[in-house]
Design a protein around this ligand. Sequence first.
Ligand SMILES: [Zn+2]
Length: 179
Amino acid sequence: MDVTYYVTSIGLVRHAKAHVSAVDCPTNDSLLDRPDFRKLFKQIYDSSGPTLPFTQRREYGGWLYLNPTTDTLIYKPWPTNGASPCSINPAPYDTTISPAWLVAAPHSHPVDSGTVVPPAVCPQAPLGGIVGRGPSNPDDNLAQSQLLPVYAVDSKTIYRTTGPGLHTEWPRVSACTIF
Ligand SMILES: [Zn+2]
């Protein structure tokens, strides 16, 4: 629970914002334990077509901002026209929002690890290959260069990286379901 105090013309007013976790399957991750983030992240994943034929899937993702005054998430998706089933290019920051409000870069991995990639589908595997587990090297590099946690999700796992080797992951479904 956060308690903030505002000094007003009529004196001290206490304003309490409850941050008591009420989610199933708490992760102790401040974003992942927000119901609004879980809902958004599921929408991002579902939008990427994980049940479509492999070549029709596209990674979806974007910049996530948090308005600290209203405690509201603001999601600015990256363009998907340059995306592939296993890549997406981050857009520049949204200049209408304070960069201080940036909190994460969530994106989907609509192709599970172990999937055999045919040639000429994924730019990082022009001759084809096998999809590895998340997060990818580009995910690590994005997190490191932007000083921002990068979240990825595939059908079974949610990944968080803040740089190479700095990974946390959670099963989407265990004894409980994150989303
Ligand atoms: Zn990724």
